[in-house]
Ligand binder design. Structure first.
Ligand code: ADP
Ligand code: MG
Length: 197
């Protein structure tokens, strides 16, 4: 029987997580919170595959641009600095640029993909991973403990923020991403000792 609010979510250890030797640490963080790994694989995605993974709708792209401006403002910079670094103040265009950097980065090197299952798995995993920008991620989260990248340097260097892992943000995103990355591969069923009835 499924526990109430038992969910599956999708996680990818990004290239920097793999290269820093954090695959085991990241999985451990989930397992120690009684979340269950039900599918797991190392892989390298093509640019086309990564392009299909990240949403293309205007709302999501604009949100990336808005997040960029918000990060600038949190560190005492403003829209003029966004214009200097991105050549535009149009946040939708900023979002398109960031999305492009992200795709190049994520496809650049091997990653580890997994499906994580448990009670409130989507929110629980996001909480364990921590917020997008490393400087805002609390100590105790994966990003807060291990990612030291600066969003400002990333944007000046015209690249994505290296923040170790991707995790689905909503149950809808999780369902889409699990189907996208594991559609043709098995998702396993087993009982966690002392956790599952
Ligand atoms: P999250 O990974 O926390 O769900 P988003 O979905 O908003 O964050 O963004 C996807 C990824 O894009 C982030 O994890 C990060 O690597 C990258 N990213 C987001 N905003 C920026 C930015 N302003 N500059 C560079 N990279 C960014
Ligand atoms: Mg996201």
């Amino acid at each position: 029987m499924q526990l109430p609010k038992e969910e599956k979510t999708f996680v990818m250890v990004k290239p920097d997580g793999v290269q820093k030797g954090l695959i085991g640490e990241i999985i451990k963080r989930f397992e120690q919170r009684d979340l269950k790994i039900v599918a797991l694989q190392m892989f390298q995605a093509s640019l086309e595959e990564v392009d299909g993974h990240y949403p293309k709708d205007e709302k999501w792209i604009r949100r990336l641009g808005e997040k960029t401006l918000a990060t600038y403002e949190k560190s005492g910079r403003n829209i003029d600095d966004v214009e200097k670094d991105f050549g535009t103040t149009d946040l939708a265009k900023v979002g398109v640029t960031v999305r492009g950097w992200l795709i190049t980065y994520v496809a650049s090197s091997p990653m580890v993909k997994m499906v994580v299952q448990g009670v409130h798995a989507v929110d629980m995993v996001r909480k364990l991973v921590g917020p997008t920008m490393p400087s805002l991620a609390e100590v105790g989260t994966i990003r807060g403990d291990y990612s030291t990248d600066s969003a400002i340097s990333a944007n000046v260097e015209k690249r994505a923020v290296f923040n170790l892992a991707h995790a689905s943000e909503t149950p809808e995103e999780a369902a889409h991403e699990i189907e996208y990355w594991f559609g043709k591969q098995p998702i396993f069923t087993y009982k966690r000792f002392g956790v599952d009835a």
